[in-house]
Write a protein that binds this ligand. Sequence first.
Ligand code: ATP
Ligand code: MG
Length: 317
Amino acid sequence: MTEIETECPQAQDGQPDDCPIVVEGLRNAFGEHVIHENLSLRVRKGEILGVVGGSGTGKSVLMRSIIGLQQPDAGKITVLGHSIDESADEEDDVDLRSRWGVLFQGGALFSTLTVGENVEVPLKQFFPEIGDELRAEIARFKVRLAGLSEDTAYKYPSELSGGMRKRAGLARALALDPELLFLDEPTAGLDPIGAAAFDRLTRGLKETLGLTVFLITHDLDTLHAICDRVAVLADKQVIAVGTIPELLALDHPWIQEYFNGPRGRAALGARDEIAEEDAAEAMITPAPSGETSGGNNSADDSSANNNSGNDSNEPGA
Ligand SMILES: Nc1ncnc2c1ncn2[C@@H]1O[C@H](COP(=O)(O)OP(=O)(O)OP(=O)(O)O)[C@@H](O)[C@H]1O
Ligand SMILES: [Mg+2]
């Protein structure tokens, strides 16, 4: 492995290190088809880790392994200090699954439920004691938190644009105030303006809610604009983890072609552009809210840092 820095900041005074996700020696195979072999990765608390790799290199399978939907053949996965394996105590397991939220690659909303009802699904699953009215109110709040207008809660997924569906999926992933957010290709299929808005939303939510984000993407603008570090999947492993400048310094053909090819170079300004847009927006509207401001409208959510969120189910998958 071309390792830049996969370790977390040093553990202190016998405390566990500050990595909410630790993957060691992972092996996944479907029959003869080996997807991961001795793959290791550490995700640091509070970072947005971009995960890249060619199509079919196993990014989604890695995510599914981390959230316990794919049973690996070998290796050890620890999430928020808990081991992810079949032998996990069921109560522990439910508690753990309530601390992350997932936006699956296909969106995976229930088409027969409204957006609000979709957001209510994990609330019902993990907190059945919450009354109907409060649950609906929480769902409407999450819909707004994801940058959608409140009336979207009453619409069906088929009535939404692709970008709105992504946000609806995000609202559901945020249903229970997760500590970890897993996003699988959140900007795929969005136009560049919609994608940039979703990026700003993701970063805003991360900063406001203190989330750690595992972000699978092919979108170079997203990688440049909002990711703190990027992990590269190739040859069945994570071959490197680091900032984009650190990755660019590596002499690996795929990494060079990906980040230093024409599209990679064109994306270089994305972080500056988003920062400039944020600054301009702040000058015009000191307290922005709504479609593109994401986390900014969460300041009144005193419960936002209570960590109990999840959407580990994958409806329709
Ligand atoms: N349930 C499954 N059964 C058999 N093979 C599978 C299964 N899930 C995934 N695979 C295979 O594992 C490999 C990795 O799939 P994965 O979906 O993780 O790729 P990916 O890196 O996310 O690709 P993309 O960028 O296209 O989303 C692929 O070859 C895929 O066909
Ligand atoms: Mg995938």
